[in-house]
Design a protein around this ligand. Structure first.
Ligand code: TXA
Ligand code: MG
Length: 315
């Protein structure tokens, strides 16, 4: 079992000793290590059982700490940093020579962001290095939005979980890249919506999360966030509702017992649905049903990212 607490000094000591520590961010909990130490970063891949070709996001406390990590910042990227950092937006930028290849899986681009969580910022401000941190879940499972979620799955593999409460966004960061001087490409939908980004894009805003099996380039694995129970999203319900549960946006399905249903937001708020989504996906396995029928949420704003995660969870 890992220790759960709010002891920054303990987290700092472990990270300085090339150990891994789970940390809170506003999106999901991350499994953090010294991004400049290949030895430390290897422990992250091992604990998550993550394929080495899947690169990691580098986290910093402020723009000063970003200096030296990236070789160049396009104007559009700079405008987005000003608008959305600290916050759930990750930018793909040309890496400097200080970023080890293991972080980017060999790509010349590094993913960077400033998280918006007071404990994460306080930690990063005190460290002499940036933190590489993927979501703190075993590869292919649902991302953790509380310290207990991390404990439940990785507690045996790590010493310390820095407890920052429940994540205020609940979805991972939006990942964007800059294919040329004017266009912007979204690689992963997340806590910053496409609508939020669009005023900052001079050229085309390309939303293309084309799934790949070996994402050596900007990457996403298609099946992800999967609960163990069979989840069907958006399909019609079967005639026989025995052994059937439901994952719903804001209202109960009238024909299924309420204790076999999970509601994402009773007042129909996409923001609240995002906060609750990953905890809900974890709960599906405890409904004691054979199949869960889920519905998509309204497909705008954060709803697009929620629907993306629902779709992936249903594979
Ligand atoms: O909200 C978040 O982004 C959380 C918190 C902890 O910051 N982190 C997170 O990390 O979700 P992870 O590793 O679970 O997802 C990061 C995604 C992966 O799909 C990875 O392939 C992609 O970012 N990625 C990371 N570095 C990349 C790079 N250099 N080029 C392309 N894609 C990259
Ligand atoms: Mg992840």
């Amino acid at each position: 079992m890992a220790l759960i607490g709010t002891d920054l000094e303990k987290a700092i000591a472990l990270l300085n000793a090339n150990q891994i520590v789970a940390i809170p961010t506003e999106t999901v909990y991350g499994l953090a290590a010294n991004a400049l130490s290949e030895k430390a970063v290897l422990k992250v891949y091992e604990a998550k059982e993550r394929p080495r070709f899947n690169p990691l996001i580098v986290h910093v406390a402020n723009l000063n700490q970003l200096q030296g990590l990236v070789a160049e910042i396009p104007d559009t990227a700079r405008a987005m940093m000003q608008a959305f950092w600290p916050g759930p937006l990750t930018l793909l930028l040309p890496k400097s020579k200080h970023i080890p290849d293991i972080i980017t899986a060999g790509s010349p681009l590094v993913a960077v962001r400033i998280p918006r969580h007071p404990l994460a910022i306080a930690l990063l401000e005190k460290l002499p290095f940036p933190l590489a941190a993927p979501s703190a879940n075993p590869s292919g499972y649902v991302s953790p939005t509380s310290a207990q979620h991390v404990q439940d799955q990785l507690g045996e593999k790590i010493e310390y979980i820095l407890n920052g409460g429940t994540c205020e966004v609940g979805l991972e960061s939006t990942i964007v890249g800059f294919p040329n001087a004017t266009d912007v490409r979204v690689y992963r939908l997340g806590g910053i919506s496409v609508e939020d980004l669009s005023p900052y894009v001079k050229g085309e805003l390309i939303v293309n999360m084309k799934a790949v099996q070996h994402p050596s380039a900007p990457g996403m694995l298609e099946s992800h966030y999967s609960p163990t129970v069979k989840l069907i999203i958006g399909g019609p319900l079967p005639q026989n509702l025995e052994g059937v549960g439901a994952l719903r946006f804001s209202t109960y399905h009238p024909d299924i017992p309420t204790d076999k249903q999970i509601i994402l937001s009773r007042n129909g708020s996409l923001k609240e649905a995002a906060i609750n989504l990953f905890a809900a996906l974890r709960l599906l396995d405890s409904l004691q049903v054979k199949t869960v029928y889920g519905e998509y949420v309204p497909d705008y704003g954060l709803g697009k990212a929620i629907n993306d995660r629902l779709r992936r969870a249903s594979f």
